[in-house]
Design a protein. Structure first.
Length: 151
């Protein structure tokens, strides 16, 4: 586990809130030079604390107005690696979490409506899903992962 000092934690918080900040802007916020700040950000990146920078998409503006959380149990004969690989070919599946318990996976699916969701579920059956249970997402709140850094 990497130990972060107060400046590192503040840099991570700033990058989580806006990954487009320049080294100069970050430096002003943490009261360091741009070069020292750039070195710290590179260290956070090479140490794996900052794993990447991402754009957030508005699913509704892309026509994906119905989001579902779907639990999937695989057929006994279906392999996990193959199923995960096959999911890459299903664009509506935004994420898959391999889980313990009654179901093998929890998927996040973004569809254009109920008919589209039904087509995705049919595809999952063809890919090896023995059972599935879906719930429609009514609202969603994503919490800031920088909260893990403490005060």
């Amino acid at each position: 586990m990497t130990t972060l000092d107060d400046i590192d934690r503040e840099l991570v918080r700033l990058l989580v809130s806006d990954a487009r900040l320049t080294y100069q802007q970050l430096a002003q916020a943490v009261h360091l030079s741009a070069n020292s700040t750039a070195d710290r950000v590179r260290r956070l990146r090479s140490g794996g604390i900052v794993a990447g920078y991402h754009a957030e998409l508005d699913l509704a503006r892309l026509g994906r107005t119905l989001v579902a959380v779907t639990d999937v149990k695989l057929k006994e004969t279906e392999g996990r690696v193959r199923f995960e690989s096959d999911l890459e070919g299903v664009p509506a599946v935004l994420g898959a979490v391999h889980t313990t318990g009654e179901y093998d996976y929890q998927l996040r699916i973004a569809s254009t409506g109920t008919a589209d969701l039904e087509a995705v579920l049919d595809t999952l059956r063809r890919l090896g899903a023995a059972e599935h249970h879906s719930r429609i997402v009514l609202s969603e709140r994503v919490y800031d992962p920088a909260r893990l850094l403490g005060p």
